[in-house]
Structure formats: C-alpha cells, structure tokens
Design a protein. Structure first.
Length: 158
C-alpha cells in the first residue's frame, strides 16, 4: 500500500462533535505525550453574523493546569464548501478567526508540533469563542508521529 493509512499510522479523536456553538466552547484536551504532531480539522456551518475564534493552550494536564496560550500554524479554506486550503499562516497572534459572519461551510486545519510545546506540558486544548448560538462547529484531531504506532492506540483525550 502507498500513502498514509490514518487508522494504523495516526490516532484519530473527536475534539468536538457537531454542535451549535454558543459563546465559549472548550474542546476535549488532547495528550501529545506519545505523538510528535497534532492536526485539528475544524469545520463550521451556516453563516449567521458571528465569527468563530480558535485559541490553543498548552498545559500540564487535561484540566488546563498552568495553561498558557500558544501560537500555531493553520491552513484555512475561505470559500464556502470547497476543499482547497489557503497558504500556511503562522499564527503569531495566537488566534484563528473564521469569518463565519457572511460565509457558510468553512474549514481550517490547525497544526501543532510537540517540539513547539513547553517542556513537561504535553496537553493541548483548543477553545472556540465568539460563535453565535446557531453556529454549527465540529473538530477532529489527527495525531501523527507516534512513538508506538498501531491500530489500537490508547485514548489521548480527556
């Protein structure tokens, strides 16, 4: 087989099942201890007059102990309902804003390397803010570069 077999060479977890977001939504925290990279695939639905802002935090545990906002890179699709991501953006302002106020069905991929995390702080958490009560949002985590890869890898979320 050629290519990337996600089930065997990565770990997939849901950070947020599709919901109608409301204000601030905290996603499931993810433990990157056994992985070198995290990709978070974020989708939004109907345009509704409110932007969705994504922020990433690095912490020592799933409860966000000693949490600190961290920068990340992302690729964003800004034309409704397409599969074409834009150029890589290094997010030095520590937030990604979906212009969901006028455009429906957007997607972005947030990229975080374990080497970018503070030593000893293996947990990453994302928050979504600014969303209106009717903003449909979902997030899927794909962890790669496993220390011990296999199709039955242990849970990484809390």
């Amino acid at each position: 087989m050629k290519g990337f077999n996600i089930a065997e060479e990565a770990h997939v977890a849901v950070g947020l099942y599709p919901i109608s977001a409301n204000g601030l939504t905290t996603l499931d925290a993810v433990n990157m201890e056994g992985y070198s990279h995290l990709s978070a695939i974020i989708t939004t639905g109907a345009a509704n007059g409110a932007d969705v802002v994504v922020t990433a935090y690095n912490a020592s545990d799933a409860s966000a102990t000693s949490a600190a906002v961290i920068p990340f890179s992302y690729y964003q699709e800004t034309t409704a309902s397409t599969d074409v991501l834009g150029v890589r953006v290094l997010n030095s302002t520590t937030a990604l804003t979906f212009d969901n106020s006028a455009t429906a069905n957007l997607m972005a991929v947030v990229e975080i390397d374990a080497s970018e995390l503070t030593d000893g702080l293996n947990w990453v958490n994302l928050t979504l803010s600014g969303a209106a009560t009717t903003t449909p949002v979902s997030v899927v985590y794909v962890l790669s570069g496993a220390r011990y890869a296999g199709p039955e890898s242990p849970s990484v979320i809390a």
